[in-house]
Write a protein of this length. Structure first.
Lengths: 401, 367
């Protein structure tokens, strides 16, 4: 993959005129307005029910875990708590913090008052996610969600031997995703780089907030709840740790499926200067991928399985995305665009395939066959141990010549 | 275990600090939520919860008026007759706040109170309460408030002038102060006899000699003006007067009482907020910042405020990130994306996205 602007032969939007793009924008605006006008009691009941179920599931699971020294209780409690944590982050927290439910004017369910079970405080996450990621979706250098600044996400990024470890990084990041997100919201890499940045009072205050949040969350999951379990202290601690890791792996997988599967487009910084509303919509359409599956799967992904619809209408309530999807897909079809959608296992595999492919020098994976494996490994060895000059020289060789 | 006997500070403060620590511990267990968020799941009316109520019954008074019986949360304080209560009810999923007079007797044995609502044309909340709401619905409440009450020493002679739903606070007073009000005249206007809210009960009170009731049916007999009221109640000058009804009626009465030099004996209650004039643009005032900005109807409040040097929270500037949301205390704004008007009455704090909202009349924003 490469940024869409550099694609000549297979540019997926070459056939669209500026007028087409504005028409797409108008059609999407119409859908948005229709849904907004039809929001009502049923929608409000939906989010309240999800919140109610989630809280009772969490309370119940934690109660069961008080007896977690008995393996069945440990198992049931851990499954329940994992589900509760997934619901809390995905269908509830993420979507409320998007302002999807602000229209209800309920101060208890509002983007400005909500706080969630996550290392990153809501306010910091809203900035990096809602403002940066959703505004600059898939723009290389602007949207840090692409690889979170620690991965090679595009062929145009120069390959370095350090990237060989990126599948491992990606897995570690997945296990401890909530801390990764917190570090990323703090722009830790950038802000720890220089003394001046480290001492910036704003950065220090934000760090303090994150640490406080982490301390509170950890105290609850790893001290208080185990302590309340008495003789089940260690099993409960293990259960809570497991539930957090399950939640982290799940949300990382879902989020990776949103923008990382093969075929999803990336964009150049310069391309969004003076972008129209139609062009913004088009970028969201090309830069997202959906997951197909059952209703339960959609709810557990926080309806991010409808990533395309979510990126087009980030502030429409998530329970409506399923109903919008066929209309959005129809627009894709009529304008000759590819609507990326596949079952979860396929999207996860596709995203991981890309992570691995990009951890290697460009075209290395494609060129490698069982027959030429020894020579390919030799080439990789040379590129890994050689200096930048060697790498440049070897990359410069035309791939298929 | 608990005791009501006041204890010296030295004994109470360890208890208080123990309690404080217990609360802190409960908060640590429920973080990032609060203990109340879980308790609300099971008992939304308990003591210590945000004040709420449950609708127990809807009693139809006339074809377009109903009394709503509400069981308040345990922190509800007794009201004074004549006061109103602010009620927040979710209609089509959106929380709407309105104020209604309390009409029930104090200390009902079932612990409930009632408000009486008259459905007004296009009234979103009043029509919902009169025609659609069902028992079991949970509503948000504030404590009762308002000054339209009898003084501690009830006047010997009283006059009430009401029209339409203006009878509701007066009914609250009449039902509760029967013993104190020994010489009472009620002048009430309604389109027809059937439209008189509490008509039967009022006529019964009159038949028992508790009040003198003058009913004016305006469809057939026309409206009463201040002069004809004076003719109907010759000893009007000796009476303390409470009036509640449409704005025009109240203004006419105020004028008449002032010209008679007895303005201090007239208490009035306005029911509806002034109609908001929504137009293109307006003056935006920022309460904490103190800045006032003239904004036209096409400029987002965010832009107008920033141009005037107000440091505003902001985000994507296209209406998706909600980084710019601020409470609108009063006034009206137009959503630049679809022309939708959002209004706030004094005391509200409707959250608006300043990056896609333009002033549609004068507004006050909390910032």
């Amino acid at each position: 993959m490469t940024v869409i602007q550099k694609k000549i032969d297979d540019n997926p939007i070459a056939h669209l005129s500026a007028e087409d793009i504005e028409l797409i924008g108008k059609e999407l605006d119409t859908i948005r307005q229709e849904i907004r006008d039809s929001l009502g009691e049923d929608d409000a009941a939906y989010i309240r029910t999800v919140i109610d179920v989630q809280r009772k599931l969490e309370l119940g699971s934690r109660a069961v875990l008080l007896a977690s020294m008995f393996p069945p209780a440990w198992f049931v409690g851990t499954v329940g708590l994992s589900l509760a944590k997934i619901l809390e982050n995905m269908e509830i927290g993420h979507n409320i913090l998007h302002g999807q439910w602000d229209w209800m004017r309920d101060p208890k369910i509002h983007s400005t008052t909500w706080e969630w079970d996550m290392a990153s405080p809501a306010a910091q996450w809203k900035h990096s996610h809602n403002e940066l990621h959703h505004t600059y979706t898939n723009v290389i250098g602007k949207d840090n969600d692409l690889g979170y600044g620690i991965m090679r996400v595009d062929e145009d990024q120069k390959w370095h031997p350090l990237y060989l470890a990126q599948p491992l990084w990606n897995f570690v990041n997945a296990c401890f995703f909530e801390y990764g997100i917190a570090a990323y919201d703090l722009e830790l890499g950038k802000n720890l780089a220089t003394k001046k940045r480290r001492q910036n009072p704003e950065f220090r205050a934000a760090t303090k907030q994150v640490l406080k949040k982490i301390r509170n969350q950890a105290t609850k999951d790893y001290v208080l709840h185990p302590a309340l379990s008495g003789p089940s202290f260690v099993p409960t601690l293990a259960a809570n740790f497991t539930a957090n890791v399950v939640r982290n792996l799940w949300s990382h997988s879902v989020i990776m499926c949103g923008h990382f599967p093969e075929g999803v487009q990336t964009f150049e910084k310069a391309s969004i200067e003076g972008e129209t509303r139609g062009e913004w919509y088009l970028r969201q359409m090309l830069g997202s991928a959906n997951i197909s599956g059952s209703k339960a799967m959609h709810i557990l992904t926080g309806n991010l399985s409808h990533q395309v619809e979510h990126h087009l209408f980030p502030d429409l309530p998530s329970n409506r995305y399923a109903e919008i999807a066929p209309r959005v897909q129809d627009i894709f079809d009529r304008y000759g665009l590819t609507y990326h959608s596949a079952p979860l296992y396929k999207q996860v595999a596709s995203a991981w395939h890309k992570v691995i492919r990009l951890s290697l020098p460009n075209d290395w994976m494609a060129e490698t066959k069982p027959s030429n494996l020894p020579s390919q490994l030799g080439k990789l060895w040379k590129m890994t141990t050689g200096g930048p000059k060697v790498r440049r020289a070897m990359q410069a060789r035309p791939a298929a010549a | 275990m608990t005791t009501t006997v006041p204890r010296p500070d030295s004994v109470r403060s360890p208890l208080a600090s123990l309690r404080k620590r217990a609360v802190r511990l409960a908060e640590l267990v429920t973080t990032p939520l609060l203990p109340v968020d879980y308790l609300d799941l099971f008992d939304p009316l308990r003591s210590g919860a945000a004040l709420r109520g449950r609708i127990e019954a809807v009693l139809h008074e006339t074809r377009d008026a109903a009394s709503i019986v509400i069981r308040p949360g345990r922190d509800w304080l007794p009201h004074r007759p004549g006061q109103y209560v602010r009620i927040g009810i979710d209609i089509d999923g959106v929380r709407q706040w309105r104020a209604y007079s309390i009409t029930s007797v104090l200390d009902r044995p079932d612990g409930c109170f009632s408000i009486t609502v008259k459905a007004i044309p296009d009234g979103k909340v009043s029509n919902h309460l009169v025609h659609r709401v069902t028992p079991g619905t949970i509503v948000q409440l504030d404590q009762a408030t308002g000054e339209f009450c009898l003084p501690e020493r009830a006047p010997e002679k009283a006059l009430f002038v009401t029209a339409g739903s203006g009878i509701t606070p007066v009914m609250g007073i009449l039902r509760n102060h029967a013993a104190q009000l020994t010489d009472t005249v009620l002048v009430h206007s309604a389109p027809t006899a059937d439209d008189v809210v509490f008509g039967e009960e009022l006529r019964q009170m009159a038949a028992e000699g508790r009040i003198r009731l003058i009913e004016q049916h305006t469809d057939s007999a026309g409206m009463l003006d201040a002069r004809s009221i004076a003719e109907l109640v010759p000893d009007l000058h000796e009476r303390a007067t409470w009036a509640c009804g449409p704005l025009g009626m109240l203004e006419a009465l105020e004028e008449h009482w002032a010209s008679a030099g007895i303005a201090d004996r007239l208490y009035t209650e306005r029911f509806r907020p002034r109609i908001l004039v929504t137009g293109e643009g307006g003056t935006v005032s920022f309460t904490k910042n103190g800045t006032t900005v003239e904004a036209d109807g096409a400029t987002p409040i965010l832009d107008a405020a920033e141009e005037a040097g107000v440091l505003m929270p902001s985000g994507c500037r296209m209406g998706i990130c909600f980084g710019c949301v601020l409470p609108l205390r009063e006034g009206a704004v137009r959503d630049l994306r679809n022309g939708e008007i959002t209004t706030a009455a004094p005391g509200d704090g409707v959250l608006i996205q300043t990056c896609v909202s333009a002033a549609a009349g004068a507004c006050t924003v909390d910032h």
